[in-house]
Design a protein around this ligand. Sequence first.
Ligand SMILES: C[S@@+](CC[C@H](N)C(=O)[O-])C[C@H]1O[C@@H](n2cnc3c(N)ncnc32)[C@H](O)[C@@H]1O
Length: 267
Amino acid sequence: MSDPYSDLAAQQKHMQERIADAMEARCLEPAQKAIRRAYLAGINLSAGAKALEMGSGTGHVTEDLLHLAGATSAIGIEPSPVMVARATEQFSDNPQLSFEIGDAKNTGFLDESFDMILMHTLLCHVPQPREVLAEAHRLLKPGGVLAICDGDYDTATAQIADYDPLDQLVRFMINQNVTNLWIMRQISGLLDEFGFRLGARKGHSYVAEGGATYFLTVIDRGADRMFEEGILGSETAAALKKEARDRVDKNTFFGFMSYVSQIAYKP
Ligand SMILES: C[S@@+](CC[C@H](N)C(=O)[O-])C[C@H]1O[C@@H](n2cnc3c(N)ncnc32)[C@H](O)[C@@H]1O
């Protein structure tokens, strides 16, 4: 099965809902908020600035464009109607935020209509990242800011010892849910191709904390997918999910992944 995030609108509604729950859990974790703060807080857009998040999911990262980057208004575009409905409902009381169904490769917005564009864990899911970067270049005003952050997915792990079976679920899940594991190792070269001027590049370590809410969604989805594909029996899948929860209860659970952010400017 190919990466469901690359064509979320085509997935069954219950799958879109499950992914939306996982996205929401991830967005709200303090360690994830700290990553977004670390690369967005220094941007300081000028008054009246308009920002766009491509691949806005449940909308929490779009909201960061206001509070962290200083945008006056922000639009999130996203192909999944389930995600757009959730974001619209969640932020219905904030007139500075709006959400629409759209494709980052072909948004339909006018040339040079945004001061900033954000792609937070979008590009790893897009089979044609060059088309997204070309669209971002078209939409940004001269001097506009492009902020990209994504996982460095080969670093994702739940391993606490050699041949730890929980780690296999994480690796399986990442391989089945990410189109390009290496996007942040390639991004500077791609941005260069499109004439962007490179700004700060930062690495961010994410370690699951407390109840490991988001990482447990990774474990559970990995176990369920292995069961669906006939690799694991249902009892083994259930036992591995329980093992993850037992580790959380005993404070022996470890979940880790690096993220990388890259700021760039349209000259
Ligand atoms: C991992 S989620 C990230 C959502 C949000 N940025 C966040 O961090 O919570 C990736 C999102 O990108 C969306 N997406 C995938 N391909 C897209 C495209 N071509 N244009 C716009 N969004 C896309 C998916 O539907 C999904 O909601």
